[in-house]
Write a protein that binds this ligand. Structure first.
Ligand code: HEC
Length: 107
């Protein structure tokens, strides 16, 4: 077996990480997609949505509320302990997109 020279391997890994880092920039449009897919069964995630559970806050309410700043929202979404909210095992970039989307509703 031939060994891959360590330095070339490190370059490849660095490149991959850089690319992943770029695509991880928060994108509210992607956040809305994720919200419609994963959150809309319970939350009203967008103004046009007709149905959600009436016992959970809408994304507009969450966005406007002072309960969570961006960091607080990210922490909550990473691990919603002690809450009726399920843990959806979101990735960090999904969380960043969702937070960007939710916060975009804040005036
Ligand atoms: C199975 C239903 C369900 C799904 C799916 C769901 N949630 Fe929730 N969520 C809840 C409930 C219920 C609460 C209220 C929790 C409580 O009061 O303890 C909540 C609360 C929250 C809160 C905190 C609001 C506050 O003011 O305390 C945030 C933020 C939130 N959800 C975001 C999301 C996001 C983002 C998604 C999609 C990735 C999502 N939720 C998917 C049921 C759900």
């Amino acid at each position: 077996m031939k060994r891959i020279p360590g330095s070339r391997c490190a370059v490849a890994i660095t490149l991959l990480l850089t690319m992943a880092g770029e695509s991880a920039a928060a994108d509210p449009a992607r956040g809305r997609d994720i919200a419609e897919r994963w959150c809309s069964a319970c939350h009203v995630v967008a103004p046009g949505q007709l149905r959600g559970s009436d016992t959970v806050p809408t994304f507009a309410q969450i966005g406007k509320s002072d309960k969570f700043d961006e960091a607080g929202l990210s922490v909550f979404l990473a691990a919603p302990h002690h809450s009726r909210m399920p843990n959806l095992s979101l990735t960090r970039s999904e969380i960043a997109d969702l937070v960007a989307y939710i916060r975009a509703t804040k005036p």
